[in-house]
Write a protein that binds this ligand. Structure first.
Ligand code: FAD
Length: 494
């Protein structure tokens, strides 16, 4: 087909639209302005194709694109047509006008379009035909699981750090099958320790490489570990439980591996030494007495073939669900009309008026590096950990790991992009800081939440707990079950 026929123009526009939709949106975190908010109902790719024929695809773009300034020029050019095509989306009489999402009462107002909020909205729509308004302060759906196609390299990357799906919960595994084709993927991580690349978790190969040994069997490895492991005794000379993370690590791997890997890595991650952290932080250090270098041992380990963001698009693709991005709940809560609220934001922010201390979080920064003309890879594995404070030449290594997404999903590109991860205070709340003070403070917030009528606190931020994706899904499904146990199924459910 010649390049400039109307159909090829349309094709190009479509491809631009998808590229734009999937552009990185790095400056979005915490943005909250109702004046620039975007409201949309999501449309499945197949539906999208049908809409192209009806020339309605422009509205998908504008609804999806939020207020990303990079996208504005193209949106402005299309403004006139967009007004017309928006009409197409007023699918049901009860749906609000696009510029007034607060005009009608919703069954549920859901704060946060991450996994927790999306599961709740999807379940209400599917099982009971109930309406939900999702309020999301960022300019995209998906919460921390959001991924996108990198503009420069065409490689799918995660905006908030590498996400690997793994679960032992059959219910969760069955649930996620509805929204994607999944490719089996068993994650393994390597670490750069003393200039050598070794498997992490610690396996026979890690020990052989680091200490120049030739351990062959699980029995030999058990023996080696036993000689390394430290035991702690109480005043009566009896073995006692470890009281902090240093003691946990020493009981599991001994002094040498602790000093080489776990002590420096923990300090980089938390800005605290393991001795200053509760035992739970390092209590799950995986140590293997075999050659199994897999990072997770769950029976289901996979990646969604087309990435994570399309899963959210599919989950939220319902006339019963309306998503309002770029909007902070606290800026609009007085205007909301809803029978019930699901809140997946930070619990201490919800109770900010109390003036209590804030719960502490550790955050991450991601330095993006593009390496042009690289048909292969920058590094040997998807994730390479850098546990030590300095490299073999004594040079400071202030990052914890480097992630190169090209290794996933059989992606090819003439370039590669990798992200250097550093741990920091402030910024996006990623990891709850596990010390007694925070645990006690969270308990006080939790007591308030339990008394709150008409509000369900859901997800990792509201629970002040590190949830894997499967934990977040299970938590949301179980809360939904609990809240709806007396409801009868509506005929209008889809
Ligand atoms: P979130 O994804 O945080 O969603 C909450 C949403 O609420 C956010 O979008 C936020 O913007 C919004 N919000 C908050 N406050 C407001 C407000 N006032 N108004 C409006 N909106 C608001 N899990 C795995 O299983 N495998 C992994 O490999 C993995 N890797 C991870 C790597 C990193 C670096 C991190 C931090 C997490 C990782 N996780 C992983 C965990 C995974 O990200 C979580 O399980 C998941 O994001 C939890 O979903 P959620 O909806 O509870 O929270």
């Amino acid at each position: 087909m010649p390049p400039n026929t109307p159909r090829s123009q349309l094709k190009r526009k479509l491809s631009n639209a998808f590229n734009t939709i999937s552009s990185p949106q790095r400056s979005n975190s915490g943005s909250s302005s109702t004046s620039s908010s975007s409201i949309y109902n999501l449309v499945r790719p197949t539906t999208t194709l049908a809409l192209i024929i009806g020339a309605s695809w422009l509205s998908i773009l504008t609804r999806y694109s939020g207020n990303n300034s990079e996208l504005k020029p193209s949106i402005n050019n299309m403004a006139q047509q967009t007004t017309v095509t928006q009409q197409h989306y007023l699918r049901e009489k009860e749906e609000p006008k696009l510029d007034d999402p607060f005009a009608i009462e919703y069954d549920n107002c859901i704060i946060g379009a991450g996994l927790s909020g999306s599961v709740i909205a999807e379940q209400y729509a599917t099982k009971f035909g109930q309406t939900s308004l999702i309020i999301e302060k960022r300019n995209h759906i998906g919460g921390n699981v959001y991924d996108y196609i990198d503009d420069e390299t065409g490689i799918r990357c995660s905006l908030y750090g590498a996400h690997l799906f793994h679960t032992r919960h059959e219910r969760v595994w069955e649930y996620v099958q509805q929204f994607a084709d999944w490719i089996p993927y068993e994650h393994s991580v390597v670490g750069n320790v003393n200039g050598k690349i070794v498997p992490i978790p610690v396996t026979i190969d890690t020990v052989n490489t680091l200490f120049d040994l030739n351990i062959q069997s699980t029995q030999e490895m058990d023996e080696w570990l036993k000689n390394e492991q430290v035991q702690f005794k109480d005043e009566d000379g009896n073995t006692r439980e470890p009281v902090n993370s240093e003691e946990v690590a020493l009981t599991r791997v001994g002094q040498r591996l602790y000093d080489l890997i776990f002590k420096p890595y923990t300090y980089k991650q938390w800005a605290k030494y393991p001795a200053e952290l509760g035992p739970e932080v390092l209590s799950r250090i995986p140590v293997r007495n075999n050659h199994d270098g897999r990072y997770f041992s769950d029976p289901h380990q996979a990646l969604p073939k087309d990435g994570y963001t399309p899963i959210f698009e599919k989950m939220l693709n319902s006339p019963k669900i309306t998503v309002l991005t770029n909007t902070d709940f606290f800026a609009v809560r007085d205007r909301l009309k809803c029978k019930r609220i699901y809140y997946s934001g930070q619990i201490d922010t919800y109770y900010a008026d109390l003036g209590w201390p804030k719960l502490e979080y550790r955050s991450l920064s991601f330095e993006r590096v593009v390496q042009k003309e690289t048909k292969g890879y920058y590094q040997e594995a998807f994730v390479v950990n850098h546990p030590q404070a300095t490299d073999v030449n004594g040079k400071d290594v202030d990052y914890t790991r480097i992630v190169e997404y090209k290794h996933l999903l059989n992606q090819t590109s003439d370039s590669t992009v990798y992200f250097i991860e550093r741990s920091k205070d402030g910024g996006e709340p990623y990891y709850p800081v596990p010390n007694q003070e925070n645990k006690d403070l969270y308990r006080r917030y939790q007591e308030m939440a339990e008394k709150e009528e008409g509000v369900t606190f859901v997800g990792r931020l509201a629970n002040y707990k590190y949830f894997n994706m499967d934990d977040a899904i299970l938590n949301a499904l179980e809360l939904f079950d609990k809240d709806t146990k007396d409801m009868t199924v509506s005929k209008s459910s889809r």
